[in-house]
Design a protein around this ligand. Structure first.
Ligand SMILES: [Zn+2]
Length: 296
């Protein structure tokens, strides 16, 4: 889209799920009656995000939930036609901590095949539902590699206390694992109080804090580490997005914060930085041959 040959500075990612995929009430998937009481909203919300990105020709990586891809194939095909990278967000939206290895393997295969059936190509990238939150979740990376993904972008070891954070390497940047899988972690920043937080990652910080906070921390991450992987969700631009009955009050409160301003903040963010998909931003890394197959 841009004649500029330099790769984009930062990666923009969207986890494509609907309002009822929030599993924070820990009761498993939403029931059909609960979903139909409001109906799907992802088509409208992702459509608005795609319109926003089209305004200045920004491309992103869209991690589709298999279930959403099957229910809204036109959405997937539109995103693909507009040049966005299509990634995978699993099939059912359950955190890896609640899954057996065989169950996760079957879930990822089903999602990857559903997406490949619709667009003709298997997605190369994966984002875990609810992220990979620490060393206890890292077993999933072997499964993600086994299914055939070239990269994962899910590692966000949140610790809301000071002290050491379990990074995959001595730095906050990309890591290649022994299986050949690349991990492009969500950007963490060490702040003055000693806490390590995802200040440059989007999500809560983008919704609830002034835009200048996110801008400052993306610039700092770019200076100190490299490209940041920023994320958002379709529901984050939807002030009317509901919550399932039984969702904890604290989750409702946190998820409600700042939704009205997110679309405008995103518009300013993609005007300020050159954003692209993960495939574009990390083309060098993804183009390197796997360690097991030198020269291939
Ligand atoms: Zn998700």
């Amino acid at each position: 889209v841009q004649p500029n040959a330099r790769p984009p500075e930062n990666a923009l990612t969207i986890d494509v799920e609907d309002w009822f995929h929030d599993g924070s009430r820990r009761l498993g998937p939403a029931r059909p009656a609960e979903i139909s009481s409001v109906g799907p909203r992802v088509e409208r919300n992702l459509g608005a995000l795609l319109d926003l990105l089209a305004e200045n020709g920004t491309r992103a990586t869209l991690f589709f939930l298999g279930e959403v891809a099957r229910a809204h194939p036109a959405l997937l095909l539109r995103a693909r036609a507009e040049g966005h990278e299509i990634g995978c967000h699993g099939d059912q939206h359950l955190p890896v901590a609640e899954r057996a290895r065989s169950e996760l393997l079957a879930d990822l295969r089903r999602a990857r095949e559903s997406i490949a059936d619709l667009i003709g190509d298997a997605p190369r990238g994966f984002r875990s539902p609810c992220f990979l939150r620490g060393p206890e979740d890292l077993w999933a990376l072997e499964v993600i590699s086994e299914v055939g993904f070239a990269y994962d972008s899910s590692y966000m070891p949140l610790r809301y206390r000071r002290g050491p954070v379990p990074l995959l390497a001595a730095h906050f940047g990309p890591v290649r694992l022994p299986t050949g899988l690349w991990e492009f972690p969500l950007p963490l920043t060490r702040i003055a109080t000693g806490h390590v937080l995802p200040c440059a990652a989007g999500g809560f910080a983008l919704r609830a804090l002034p835009l200048s906070f996110t801008v400052r921390h993306i610039e700092r991450f770019n200076r100190c580490v490299g490209p940041a992987v920023v994320y958002t969700h379709p529901w984050e631009i939807d002030p009317g997005s509901p919550k399932l009955p039984g969702t904890p009050a604290v989750v409702r409160a946190f998820n409600r914060l700042g939704r009205r301003g997110v679309a405008d903040k995103l518009r300013q963010l993609v005007a300020r930085f050159r954003f692209g998909s993960i495939a574009e931003v990390f083309a060098d890394e993804l183009g390197r041959s796997a360690p097991e197959h030198p020269g291939s």
